[in-house]
Design a protein around this ligand. Structure first.
Ligand code: SF4
Ligand code: MG
Length: 325
């Protein structure tokens, strides 16, 4: 498998209030392979969106490195190189309405990137590209001169997808792209994204708040908790053999579709709330809610390591040094 992106010890801290630092993303490392869909899940505030935005340099990183095809993304000073990188990495947002300028026509919204990157020789070519993109996402050329408010949520998300595709990207971060849509529309948008991936060889980072949503569309899934990545593996393996107590709890909450099938997992109810990322617990950040917590968990931060081939976890239960308590 070819690596497209390598995220190494990525950190994003925000200064909040007087001398307080919110550690939104803290020492996160993973690889994204070319052509795959990597699902990224966790409760709101766990840092998944910030991870996505920091990767593509929408937010300057506080620390760590991101390599795109082996080349450093952050700190690229040369304008033309920077522009090329921002073209290759696009984003689709949760709320397509908020991310579409209400005063611009659909045509101008979609063509913005085409203009910035000089991808059309003249206005005729620009228009032809917009028409083609509209058709690609299941809309039509009559939609080009309309405004965002004239569309349904699902259609607006299609416009957002067309805008992302306009610059011919390789990598797309989809930040909860279907969470705001009606259930009946969600599958249509997911199908569209999957077809586009097949046709164009796209690589996705698909961010979602629940595991059931990403299960079918992700090749691999990463789970975040309070600014840390706690587990990452092939999708099937994560669902069948979760190693981290947090992943186990999340999975236990997914309803079993067939009521005649006996629940294979006992429901694990987590006590308490997610602590503040401004003053996270020492050692393992999950320890205040972990049913398996040991003494060492308060003192030592668990290492992010490959417990089995391709299956990463940060938990002392899977660390040779501490696994026996
Ligand atoms: Fe639970 Fe300790 Fe593992 Fe953290 S390191 S998940 S507290 S057992
Ligand atoms: Mg978010």
């Amino acid at each position: 498998r070819e690596k497209l992106l390598e995220v190494k010890n990525l950190k994003k801290y925000f200064n909040v209030g007087h001398k307080e630092v919110l550690k939104a993303v803290d020492d996160v490392s993973f690889t994204i392979y070319k052509g795959e869909t990597l699902g990224l899940v966790g409760e709101s505030g766990c840092g998944k969106s910030t991870t996505g935005r920091t990767i593509i340099d929408l937010y300057g990183a506080t620390g760590g490195q991101v390599l795109y095809s082996g080349k450093e993304v952050h700190g690229v000073k040369e304008k033309s190189k920077k522009k090329e990188l921002t073209r290759k990495m696009q984003m689709i947002f949760q709320d397509p309405y908020a991310s579409l300028n209400p005063r611009m026509t659909v045509k101008d919204i979609i063509a913005e990137g085409i203009d910035i990157h000089g991808l059309a020789k003249n206005s005729k070519e620009r228009q032809a590209r917009v028409f083609e993109l509209l058709e690609t996402v299941g809309l039509n050329r009559d939609h080009a001169s309309r405004y965002p408010h004239e569309f349904s949520g699902g259609q607006r998300q299609r416009i957002g997808i067309a805008r992302a595709l306009a610059v011919d990207p390789d990598f797309i971060i989809a930040d909860e792209p279907i969470s705001a849509l009606d259930v009946s529309i969600q599958a249509q948008v997911v199908n569209l994204l999957q077809n586009l991936q097949k046709e164009r060889g796209l690589t996705y980072l698909f961010i979602a708040h629940d595991l059931s949503m990403v299960k079918h569309i992700s090749d691999r899934v990463g789970v975040m908790y309070l600014g840390n990545m706690v587990e990452l593996s092939e999708s099937d393996e994560l669902y069948d053999e979760p190693l981290h107590p947090y992943t186990q709890a999340l999975l236990s909450a997914i309803p079993v579709p067939d009521p005649n099938v006996e629940r294979s997992r006992e429901r694990i109810i987590l006590e308490g709330d997610v602590p503040s990322p401004i003053d996270p617990p020492s050692g393992c950040r999950f320890r205040t809610r972990c049913p398996m917590a040991m003494d060492v968990c308060a003192q030592v931060t668990p290492k992010w390591q490959e417990a089995k081939e391709g299956h990463w976890v940060a938990c002392h239960l899977h660390d040779d040094e501490y696994k026996h308590g």
